[in-house]
Write a protein that binds this ligand. Structure first.
Ligand code: GLU
Length: 467
């Protein structure tokens, strides 16, 4: 398929939360397509009716949206394509690449039992494989693919290399059940073919399926896609990533307040590398991403590194975009939306807040002075700061600030002058002022806060704190 435009897809099964591994697979497919002017599709693999839920589909759509992984066209429901899957099963039948099998569950069990006793492979070999259709009974049947029994199948995988599977390991899998519903193995191939998918980039837990799915492509005479099976994500201890290690659901990361750009950057680095580059933009990732850079060994999830990269993305983000994302975070986390005043102040303060916040809750903590209303509630440390200088001295600041011009230099000049007049350092006054303005001991710079809050609000908060 060289030379044809790239079409990739993410094909999650909607059976629970959207796993972080699914997000990474989606990201790889997205980067691969977007970096090549290709198409990136979303297919919801809801063929398994017992396990698929609308809530899980919603979670996938929300996760994709949050991560900014935009897909082309509408999400495709696999279940809704069942008729087309059945049609292909019948075409395979007509071509002789598949056959009707009338063996009952009991017969299959008995066959396996005998195979076990004789120490043969228990992969079922149907007696109907070469039966003349004229001898077919009038009874329910499944349709099975005719898998080769000798020789080998080679999966030319772009990550794993050539993977050889002995055909003796492939059984004549069922592609259409007796009730006429398709199996997943059939559906995935028909959909990928019909959607024009050129590259199947997915978890290596599907590697063995590839050999079986190739039988459907071959039976139909369809060109194979390029396969790239990527290793699963492990936890820091080298075991498959699970709840024991921390959050595994995409939504949990959103609620913890990681920025989406940081997530994309970190997930891209999870199992893929471009030299030593750790921090990069989407544009760079799209330009650099290639299947050759995918590691054959499983990547280990490193929560510290995630936080670090996220911090760098917050610091580098555009102020307005960050405010927008922060609002989305508050909604996702079930927090109250910003009032108009809060939003205005936050917008102005954003340049002061971006440094060194790895997640939105940290940024909001620094932004506290923009969010609180008078009277400002103070924690213990702030109370102690406030008590460290007498009210008498502090209240001398009020007349000075009433007339000062509201610039950083002028404000700093006034506070310095007051400190000097009482033989103390500027730092001694900064603590109580932080406490008065933000109710906390750790805040952005006092003068920055004053500039954002403006004269009236600053004076009012000081008056509340040291009347
Ligand atoms: N639905 C499968 C899964 O969620 C993915 C199948 C595929 O990518 O081919 O694991």
């Amino acid at each position: 398929m060289q030379g044809t435009p790239v079409v990739t897809r993410i094909a999650p099964s909607p059976t629970g939360e959207m796993h972080i591994g699914t997000a990474r697979t989606a990201l790889f497919n997205w980067l691969y397509a977007r970096g090549r002017g290709g198409t990136f599709l979303l297919r919801i693999e809801d063929t398994d009716r017992a396990r698929s839920t609308p809530e899980a589909t919603e979670a996938i759509l929300r996760g994709m949206d949050w991560l900014g992984l935009d897909y082309d066209g509408e999400a495709v429901s696999q279940f809704e394509r069942a008729d087309r899957h059945a049609e292909v099963a019948h075409q395979l039948l007509a071509k002789g690449a598949a056959y009707r099998c009338f063996s009952t569950q009991e017969e299959i069990e008995a066959w396996r039992e005998a195979a076990r006793a004789e120490k043969r492979s228990t992969l079922f070999q149907s007696p109907w494989r070469d039966a003349d259709p004229a001898t077919h009974p009038d009874a329910p049947s499944v349709i099975r693919i005719k898998a080769p029994r000798d020789g080998k199948t080679v999966i030319a995988d772009r990550v794993q290399g050539d993977v050889t599977i002995s055909n003796a390991e492939l059984d004549d899998m069922v592609i259409l059940r007796s009730d006429g519903t398709p199996t997943y193995m059939l559906a995935v191939v028909v959909d990928d073919h019909d959607m024009g998918v050129t590259h199947v980039i997915r978890g290596d837990d599907h590697l063995n399926n590839a050999a079986r799915q190739m039988l459907v492509y071959e039976g139909m005479g369809w060109p194979l896609p390029v396969y790239a099976h990527i290793p699963l994500i492990f936890g820091p201890d080298g075991k498959k990533l699970s709840k024991r290690h921390g959050a595994t659901g995409v939504a949990e990361y959103q609620v913890m307040g990681y920025p989406a750009a940081g997530m994309r950057n970190y997930l891209a680095r999870l199992g893929w590398a471009h030299g030593d580059d750790e921090f990069f933009t989407d544009a760079q990732a799209m330009e650099w991403f290639d299947l050759d850079g995918i590691n054959r060994a499983p990547a280990r999830f490193d929560f510290k590194k995630l936080a670090n990269i996220c911090g760098q993305h917050i610091a580098a983000a555009d102020d307005a975009a960050l405010l927008h994302e922060l609002k989305a975070y508050l909604a996702a986390a079930g927090e109250a939306p910003l009032t108009e005043t809060q939003e205005t102040l936050l917008g102005e303060a954003m340049p002061l807040l971006k440094d060194r916040a790895k997640r939105f809750p940290e940024l909001l903590e620094k932004a506290r002075f923009c969010l609180v209303e008078r009277p400002v509630d103070r924690d213990e440390k702030a109370e102690a700061q406030l008590a460290s200088v007498s009210n008498g001295i502090l209240s001398e600041l009020t007349p000075r600030l009433q007339t000062a011009s509201w610039t950083r230099d002028a404000l700093e000049g006034e506070v310095s002058a007051l400190a000097e007049a009482h033989g103390m350092g500027l730092g001694k006054l900064a603590g109580p002022l932080r406490a008065a303005l933000a109710g906390r001991a750790a805040t952005p710079s006092v003068f920055d806060m004053m500039l954002v809050l403006g004269r009236d609000e600053t004076l009012a908060r000081l008056k509340d704190a040291f009347p």
